[in-house]
Design a protein around this ligand. Structure first.
Ligand SMILES: CC(C)(COP(=O)(O)OP(=O)(O)OC[C@H]1O[C@@H](n2cnc3c(N)ncnc32)[C@H](O)[C@@H]1OP(=O)(O)O)[C@@H](O)C(=O)NCCC(=O)NCCS
Length: 173
């Protein structure tokens, strides 16, 4: 598998099936993200590779984005989980992963970015607010899933929608 691009010693590429265990471990180490089953991450790496991203250093996977096109809405990329290894945070790896993902030909129809965030997740809110500002796009916020519905003391998830993005960010295939 060729990297999509690299920055220094860090490679950015589509995930492959064999990344599943490392991605599962990264999410386990990245509260407040919900940890899904290892099986779910293997499926994401295999079936959603075109819209997901890993970045790696010499020690392995240090960043991950899972995302997909909601059924029937190919102009919208729904970003499910974003994680950067704690020792690599604050170096803009998450925005670089997002930019690299959106530059793929598979994302050429994307005009909106959606994600859900708990209101207290400052780093995550900053990531998407900065992305919107960098692209001169609006960012809206609306209730999505209430904490009581999620149960187990889970905070509410707000839907944040960025867009419209003026021009396709992807390079033509
Ligand atoms: C959210 C996250 C993916 C951002 O990744 P990142 O590569 O550190 O992103 P950035 O470098 O752009 O930093 C994002 C913000 O975190 C802040 N930050 C800086 N250093 C940090 C550190 N060591 N630890 C946490 N946050 C830090 C930055 O100040 C930045 O805010 P700013 O834009 O006001 O400067 C990462 O913090 C993370 O994995 N968090 C745990 C999982 C999570 O909450 N995921 C998001 C849910 S979708």
């Amino acid at each position: 598998m060729k990297p999509i691009h690299s920055k220094g010693d860090i490679l950015f590429r589509k995930p492959v099936l064999s990344d599943g265990a490392a991605v599962h471990d990264l999410i386990r180490r990245s509260p407040p993200l919900d940890l899904n089953s290892a099986y779910a991450y293997f499926l994401l790496c295999e079936h959603f590779a075109d819209t997901s991203m890993v970045c790696l250093d010499a020690e392995g996977v240090i960043g991950f984005i899972s995302a997909y096109f909601p059924p029937g809405r190919r102009d919208t990329l729904f970003v499910w989980q974003v994680a950067v290894d704690a020792r690599q945070r604050g170096k803009r790896l998450a925005p670089m992963m997002l930019a690299s993902l959106l530059a793929r030909p598979e994302c050429r129809h994307v005009r909106f970015l959606e994600t859900t965030i708990t209101p207290d997740n400052r780093a995550s809110n900053r990531l998407f607010e900065r992305f919107a500002a960098d692209h001169g796009a609006d960012i809206d916020s609306e209730a999505f899933i209430a904490g009581e519905q999620l149960g187990a003391g889970h905070p509410s998830e707000m839907l944040r929608r960025v867009g419209p993005l003026d021009a396709p960010l992807a390079k033509a295939s």
